[in-house]
Structures are given as C-alpha cells and as structure tokens.
Design a protein around this ligand. Structure first.
Ligand code: GUN
Ligand code: ZN
Length: 430
C-alpha cells in the first residue's frame, strides 16, 4: 500500500497536562498527517513536511483533527436500556439491566446489538473501548467478530457472575473454562484484547474471584475490568459481606485482582488508603461522570485522586451513562470536578478521553496521541456543527473552542471518524 496524507488542524494531548504542563499539548494549526498502511509515518506543520512528502496524495480535512476517543468503560448490552427511569444502582440493575442482559442468551440478539453498538461508537468519534458484554460466552464472540470486521481496537471479556440472578449465572468452573476458551480463540486477532471481567464483588463468590486472580496470573496480556465503589448502598453491602477486608478495593486485592493491568470503573467512594494502593499498584480508574450523575452515585473526587496520583481514564458507562459521546462526557468531567471546587482544563479533559484512557488500557504505545508510529485512528470535530456552537466558537482561541465543543458538542460535532487512516464514518450533510 502507498502513502497518503491528511492536511488540517491537528490537536493531541499525549501526557497528563497536570504533570507535563503545556508540553503535553501538541497542536498544528495547519498540519500534515502522513500515513503508511494505517500507521502514522510523520506528523507536523504542513510547511515543514510538504516538501518531503511532495509526491504523496493529500486530502484536506475541515475541522479539528483529534485522536479517536477511547471509552474506558462501557456496556454494549445496555445500549437499549439507556434512560431507564427511577432507581439507583442496585435497584436499576435488578429492574432494568438484568432483564436486558438475559436476552443475550440468543446469539442473534448479541450480533445485532454488537453491530449497532460499534456503529454508535464510530458516530461519536470513538475508535477504541474497554467493553462489558454479558455472562454469555457468545456475547464476546459477537462483539469481537463485529470489531474484527471493522478493524477496531476493542478489549472485552466474558462477564463472571456466579452469584447473579437466575438466567445470568455461571459457575467458577464454567466462568474460568469459557474465559480460557475465549482468550485462546481471540488472542492475536486483529486489534482485539482480552479483559477478565468479574461484574463486581457482589455478583461473584470467593471461589470465582480466586479463579479470576488465577486467570490474570496465567495470562500476562489480559486486563482486569470491574466496578469499584460506585454507590453507597453497594459499598455497604460489600462491607457486610467481606467484614475482614479493609475496604472495597482490599476485597479485590485479596484475590490478586489489583495490579498495573487493573481497570476499575467509578471509584466514587474511596479512602485515601485505597487511592494510595491504586497508585502503588499502577491500577487505575475509569471515571464515568455521565453515569454517576444519572444513577445519583456522586461526583468523582479528582482532587483526592490527583493528590495521591491515581491513573485515570474516561468512560461513558452506557447504559447508566446517558451519552455515547466522549466529547460530551469530557464536558461532564469538567462539571463534576467543579462541583468539588476542582479545576479541569479542556486539554486535560481531552487527555482523559484519549491518551489517559489509552494508558489506563495499556494501549498508549498504539493509539491515543496521533504520534508517529501510532495507528491512525482519529476523529474530525466540527465547531460549526450547530448554530449555537458556531456562534460560540467564532473567532475563539483553541482552548475556548475545545471547551465549547466539550460543553455544547456531542455526536453532531463529529464530522468523520477514521480507523487506521480510512474513513469509517461520515456525518450526513445537513
Ligand atoms: N455494577 C455492577 N454492574 C454494573 C453495571 O452494569 N453498571 C454499573 N454502572 N455499575 C455496575
Ligand atoms: Zn459499568
């Protein structure tokens, strides 16, 4: 395959601006992205690179080109249960979510939802995600087959829940055996990765949590993906079941589930001790502000996490989250930070949604920053997507324009999404 290039405004944030300051932000007002076989060969100011790549065909892209968003925590089976009224976490699961997940016993249903889900990711500029499927082994096959066909970088793994409700229960033995079969079947295919996925402490027996720990030890390429300290009633139930544990995180720790490959969703109600343990172990949190607001779970404590140095990424947590848009979710991260009198600049919010999530998922060498050598997954943002956005961003400097996109933007502001340098989604002309 030959070379190709895109000319336009480029923006990426490779490191946490809290740590690296303005060095973290890379911006070319008139940039060139040169791509070879889906990988970024060169990136820089058009004026600097044009002569070197004079023979390469160039396509001009109108808008702000950013790395494809990386959703660090999302449930594909729940997309049709978004906006389910009335309950906090535990009742919401019983009343709305478990019935929806039972329907995945039918493979055809899983296939249909996997297709719809990946389309929705692309419509929202999301090119990679760490995804909860259901307890059914074939729910992972359905998602991976669809992602393989679209060449998307997707990480997932069968949900373990031997204490789940009737119809959604596995056993420590079947959960382990199916996880082993899945990782054997899918390892090394396309851009897929495997995550050991116990739902949360309350839906797995001690024996199953121990199997999850053993699986992680046996598979150094697998992530651990679960929920942690989301809701006060959940935390009380965990404390009641595990009186010997120091706190919720310690429950996972006792089974070997806390390490540098561990991704915990939420982490709303954490002690300084737990944050320190996350920091020391290299584990991190997928912050899910949309979900936390919808289920009344609380506001993530960025001040505490940053003081102690916890790794962070950003997730939509569909279907408790109410938007697939990581752009909008970045705007919500700003709002929950402000609720606790913390600051969140728009570049850090963009970092959380791209480079931060990439680091959390262990894929920062491959995606998240539009760096040379990375895969060419990107989104083209349109600051004129709505009349209001157009008014608000007219003559705005970069930071103000980006912030307006995060607060006022959503799927409407995604003009195009590229996977490995190829257009995978394009907004219809309005
Ligand atoms: N905790 C355990 N399961 C779930 C789930 O499906 N969604 C959310 N938000 N939290 C959970
Ligand atoms: Zn979740």
């Amino acid at each position: 395959m030959g070379l190709k290039a895109f000319r336009g405004e480029l923006l990426s944030v490779a490191q946490d601006p809290r740590e690296a300051g303005s060095e973290a932000v890379r911006h070319e007002a008139d940039g060139l992205l040169v791509i070879e076989d889906g990988v970024i060969l060169a990136r820089g100011a058009y004026a600097d690179l044009a002569a070197r790549f004079a023979d390469v065909p160039v396509e001009r892209l109108d808008g702000l080109i950013v790395p494809g968003f990386i959703d660090a925590h999302v449930h594909y089976p729940q997309m049709d249960r978004i906006a389910a009224h009335g309950e906090q976490l535990l009742d919401w699961l019983e009343r709305h979510i478990f019935p929806a997940e039972k329907a995945f016993a039918a493979r055809a249903h899983a296939d249909a939802l996997a297709e719809a889900f990946l389309t929705e990711l692309l419509r929202n500029g999301t090119t990679s995600a760490l995804v909860f499927p259901t307890v059914h082994e074939h729910s992972v096959d359905a998602l991976f087959e669809a992602a393989l066909a679209r060449r998307m970088r997707i990480i997932s793994g069968k949900v373990l829940m031997d204490l789940g409700p009737e119809g959604l229960r596995d056993t420590p033995q079947t959960g382990r055996a199916e996880s082993e079969a899945l990782i054997r079947r899918w390892r090394g295919r396309g851009r897929l990765g495997y995550a050991m996925t116990p739902r949360f402490a309350l839906t797995s027996s001690d024996a199953q949590l121990a199997e999850a720990g053993a699986f992680l030890e046996a598979h150094p390429d697998a992530l651990l993906h679960t929920h942690l300290a989301e809701n006060v009633h959940e935390c009380a139930a965990v404390a009641a079941r595990f009186p010997e544990a120091i706190d919720y995180l310690d429950v996972y720790d006792r089974f070997g589930l806390v390490g540098s490959r561990s991704v915990f969703a939420h982490g709303i109600h954490l002690s300084d001790r737990a944050c320190t343990r996350l920091h020391e172990s290299g584990a991190g949190i997928a912050v899910c502000p949309s979900s936390n607001l919808f289920l009344g779970s609380g506001h993530f404590n960025f001040g505490q996490a940053d003081r102690i140095g916890v790794r962070l990424g950003l997730g939509t947590d569909i279907g408790a989250g109410t938007t697939f848009s990581m752009l909008h979710t970045a705007g919500l991260a700003y709002q929950v930070a402000l609720a606790r009198e913390e600051r969140m600049d728009p570049f850090r919010a963009l970092w959380l949604a791209t480079g931060g999530s990439a680091r959390l998922l262990g894929i920062a060498d491959k995606v998240g920053a539009l760096e040379e050598g990375q895969e060419a997954d990107f989104a083209v943002l349109d600051a004129g997507a709505t009349p209001l956005l157009a008014r608000r961003t007219r003559d705005a400097a970069l930071a103000e324009r980006l912030f307006a996109l995060q607060i006022l933007g959503d799927d409407r502001a995604i003009a195009r999404t590229y996977i490995l340098g190829q257009c995978a989604w394009q907004r219809k002309p309005t």
